[in-house]
Design a protein around this ligand. Sequence first.
Ligand code: WT7
Length: 633
Amino acid sequence: MEQPAINSPENDFYYPPPDVVSMAHIKEYEALYRRSLEDPQSFWGERAEELEWFQKWDQVLDDSNPPFYKWFPGAKTNIVYNALDRHLKTWRKNKLALIWEGEPGDVRTFSYYSLNREVCKFANVLRSMGVRKGDTVTIYLPRIPEQVIAMLAAAKVGAIHSVVYGGFSVESLAERIQDAQSRILITADGGWLRGKVVGLKDIADEAIARQATIENVIVVKRTGQDIYMEAGRDYWYHDLMSLPISSTSCFTEPMDAEDPLFILYTSGTTGRPKGILHTHGGYMVFTYTTLKYVFDIKDEDRWWCAADPGWITGHSYIVYAPLLNGATSFMYEGAPNHPYPNRWWRMVENYGITILYTAPTAIRGLMRFGDAWAKRHDLSSLRLLGSVGEPINPEAWRWYYSVIGKDNCPIMDTWWQTETGGFMITPLPITPLKPGSATRPFFGIDVDVVNEDGHPVAAGEEGYLVIKKPWPGMLRTLYRDPDRYREQYWGKFGDMYQTGDSARKDQDGYVWVIGRMDDVIKVSGYRLGTAEVESALVSHPAVAEAAAIGLPHEIKGNAIHAFVILRAGREQSDKLAEELRNHVAHEMGPIAKPEDVTFVDSLPKTRSGKIMRRVLKARALGQPVGDISTLEE
Ligand code: WT7
């Protein structure tokens, strides 16, 4: 094996400051990691003992029917019981659970006591509307406290929540409602973003017209503009919350550990998004443990996960894990640079944030405004930083480390996926870091890099990133589609979970994630499927065929570029290209809007008719197109 050069990233170590090490929950990694792999059942069983159960499990893991693994079968709990009810019996009752700042500057705070009251009230509202254990409830809200309240209330009554990110639009929302078959939709009149109102209710109305399951809509008043309210179908949240049925006490439904907690749709390789399903028991133990050990959550901390609850990062690390740990979370509604690029740093200073967890795209976006905006603020409250969503480029890492962290705050670069529920490859506060590497696997996580035949590759070589053992936070299935679950994640290697990423391990066992190997594109850390963008394009009357690819972008990491064949009789023009870009934004959401649309007469395809996006990409980048033996004439 070739030794990397002295100044290569593989040898660029950053060591944690002594005070971070001395307060860390975990002081030694190797031995515990080895133990956790040799006996995952006792490792996870011990972690589960730290939480409360209505009834204990018969066994920690039932692996008798792979890949349909069961964790803590026989146990009864409810994640909300551990996230809220449990703390009300302790001094944490009066501790702040959530501090929220709206983009216009309004602030709301909730203690565990007051958050629980809101959740109880809303849970009673849901029950009175007929929501029962096992029903699905779709939540389409801006980043406001009601989003957290609605999720917890649904889970409390045993319903399955399906949150659709507020940045998604008509078709994305409609197909997620339809697939989940929700009767109830929770939305808002609008949300604030960059000083403007995003009209969520208008989008919701259009989406409802395209599906057949919604019976009632609950609307939170956030922005106050006039909206359409359909009599008998739409109700204001505040009206329902003031009804006499909304008492402040409410029974928390006992759930089997394996009962579904939520579905969250994510993009795959086909046009239809996948409903990733997570459960009450295993997901609870996994998110609780990962946040506690990786970000070393303490009662004094003020934790800020700057994601949106509409994505898995927010589900796990804004809503569930911080509450399970009894932590104080901060949440912000709007854009990082509104009204000025110091908005985030001002909030870090004002609220005394101790841990900040965000995405490389946000770091690059703020870095471009220069150092002065951050330097105006006292950021000395920060102890740890975090990154997620895509590989972080070393320039962004160093800026984050020195300008924001003052060379004093280790960066936890956490690799994971919607499917994994929580952190999988990640440093601990004690881990020596290498900028750009997510470092080593978390406890109980057996990670490897393998070749086409499933054999481990040598150190330094690139291959498929796989997970070789089940873990409690893993997805259990794809909602109403177990065959696709088996095929998608276990089809290639049989007994190993296929992540869809490529990676390499270096001589120290550090993992370097390279990126997606499938037709999934990470745009600003958001996961989008090329097939979904393509179906949005062909839903326009001018388009006969379309292909979408991702190309490197300085801030977004990747950006979408579209290639379109027009229907006979349609003329290509700049105006039409613009119209198509806007059409994608209207159907899917602004994040999916292509950077540009190129009109072409043909698309490179295999003889079986599959678009060869790889060829389009290589051409656009001026790179050799590689093996094109399957290309049709
Ligand atoms: C994909 C999963 C899980 C939270 C957000 C994304 C990429 C995620 C990292 C990281 C390199 C990363 C992978 C993965 N990814 N974190 N720290 N380093 N790549 O969840 O939307 O399900 O996307 O994001 O490609 O497969 P997601």
